[in-house]
Design a protein around this ligand. Structure first.
Ligand code: XMP
Length: 506
């Protein structure tokens, strides 16, 4: 087992997830877990995550120096590397040019973490500080043009540090580097499998829910469907699913979700049409966080009302993922946005939450879903956020603006599917900004909305790259949207990765 100490980095849980992907069980624990507790858990290795602070800030998170005397291999990532350097007698300082995104690194030693990887490789960095001098006994193992110490090692004592993020997919050899740490430095064995994840989840659900009844908020996506399947396995007929149509769905989506569910499952499904209610609450609201909180609360109130009709329903099952949790902010991680099912929840709720996927990422959920025998179409459905089109209609959400976005989005989806690109893309969607621009159509001036096309590749939503869609596809999409969607006179393409952007616009 590998313990990951969480210093509040956006990717901390992703590290644990990658370790599990290498089939070694891993858990994220707070950075200030006492060293004695860590020793008692007998980990085969420890990873120190990144974090938003600078090691020199007064209240920056620290570790007890005894952590380095446990005789267990330790890998420091980003902030973790800087902390290791500082505790062991090295120097850390602010870099002149901050590095965000892909950097070119040059490997200087292939004896440890970089074994089996090339001399030059791309790695994902996101930092303002770096190690300026290594502690005694350490060797510099990689550099970038602007950062001379991007990785270091003290192999004899099992201490390793990388300034970049091996846990994100956009680091070319990240998994190899982590595997070298796991299987060479820590001598772990790969024994953690999807079947183990399912058995573990089912057992925990039984323990939590006992003989009570539960309802599951179903969205039509893979997360809530997988959560429902796991809970159904655990408590059988005591589960009822509820699908709330909040009026913020895409073209024909509600019908498709209900039909697909009926075909693939025998769990009872209640379909609630609440579109008027959500739109009324959103009237006049433009702030993204306010929209998210309103939607989060309305979801819960609707579920509570439905639970009131089912005897003894005490639990609400949600398909919450770890990426939702981390972005909503935790004790040690900054809030990026309040996901409707986490940070957007009201303070007081009648139902207790059951969230069997809360520690997993989407790609882990897809593996579990496939293992549970769910249809491929559902397993590979592109993610769609719970607040739906409300966070893609920038500014006020009105029925008219929703309809413009719905029609533009339907064109995009149609073209993406026809081009055979749907599954390759993590997400592809249209955004309606709250601006107008001038155009000329049929010899007359127009002053109308633009539509922004957003298409990204990603494995887990923690990082993403903008998709290089073919020009002829973009041309068809642009022509069709302007010709077929009244109220739109311009189409733009979003070419921002995450970070620094997020996938959704709000
Ligand atoms: P961002 O925009 O933060 O999104 O890069 C990461 C992933 O999460 C989805 N998303 C949400 N999903 N409730 C959800 O269920 C939410 O409130 C929410 N906000 C964003 C987003 O579509 C992307 O896949």
């Amino acid at each position: 087992m590998i313990l990951v100490l969480d210093f509040g980095g956006q990717y901390a849980q992703l590290i644990a997830r990658r370790v599990r992907e290498a089939r070694v069980y891993s858990e994220l624990i707070p950075y200030d877990t006492p060293v004695e507790e860590i020793r008692a858990r007998n980990p085969e290795g420890i990873i120190l995550s990144g974090g938003p602070c600078s090691v020199y800030e007064d209240d920056a998170p620290r570790v007890e120096p005894e952590l380095f005397d446990l005789g267990v291999p330790i890998l420091g990532i980003c902030y973790g590397m800087q902390l290791m350097a500082l505790v062991l007698g090295g120097e850390v300082g602010a870099v002149q040019i901050r590095e965000y995104g892909r950097s070119d690194i040059v490997v200087k030693s292939h004896d440890g973490l970089f074994a089996g990887t090339p001399d030059r490789q791309k790695a994902w960095t996101s930092h303002g500080d770096a190690v300026f001098a290594v502690p005694e006994g350490f060797e510099v193992t990689a550099e970038t043009p602007s950062v001379p110490i991007i990785a270091f090692e003290e192999r004899e004592k099992g201490r390793y540090g990388v300034q970049f993020h091996p846990e994100v997919r956009h680091t070319d050899y990240g998994l190899e580097i982590l595997k070298n740490f796991l299987f060479e430095a820590c001598e772990c064995r790969p024994e953690w499998t999807p079947v183990n994840i399912i058995n573990d989840a089912v057992e925990k659900i039984r323990e939590q829910v006992g003989g009570a009844r539960a309802i599951c908020g179903l969205s039509g996506g893979v997360d809530s469907a997988t959560a429902a399947m796991l809970v159904h396995r655990a408590i059988g007929d005591n589960l009822t699913c509820v699908f709330v149509d909040h009026g913020l769905l895409r073209h024909n989506e509600a019908e498709q979700v209900v039909e697909a569910f009926a075909q693939n499952s025998d769990v009872p499904l209640i379909h609630v049409n609440s579109s008027g209610r959500f739109l009324d609450k959103l009237a006049g609201v433009t702030d993204p966080e306010a929209k998210r909180k309103i939607i989060g609360e309305e979801f819960i109130r609707t579920f509570e009302e439905e639970a009131g009709n089912i005897d003894d329903a005490k639990f609400l099952v949600q398909g919450t993922l770890y990426s939702d949790v981390i972005e909503s902010g935790t004790r040690d991680a900054a809030r990026i946005k309040s996901h409707h099912n986490v940070g957007g929840l009201p303070e007081v709720m009648d139902l207790d939450l059951v969230e069997p996927l809360r520690n997993l990422f989407k790609d882990e959920v897809r593996v579990v879903a496939a293992e549970l025998g769910m249809p491929e179409q559902l397993v590979w459905r592109q993610p769609f956020p719970g607040p739906g089109l409300a966070i893609r209609v920038i500014g006020e959400v009105t029925a008219e603006r929703l309809e413009i976005l719905r029609r533009a989005d339907a064109v995009l989806q149609d073209e993406i599917r026809s081009a055979g690109l749907y599954r390759e893309l993590w997400q592809s969607f249209a955004v309606l900004p709250a601006i107008h621009s001038v155009g000329v159509m049929g010899d007359a001036r127009t002053y109308a909305y633009p539509i922004v096309i957003r298409a990204v590749t990603s494995d887990d939503a923690m990082t993403a790259d903008w998709a290089r869609l073919p020009y002829d596809l973009l041309e068809r999409v642009s022509n069709r949207i302007i010709n077929e969607v009244p109220g739109v006179n311009r189409v733009a393409l979003d070419i921002t990765s995450k970070p620094p952007g997020t996938i959704e616009w709000e």
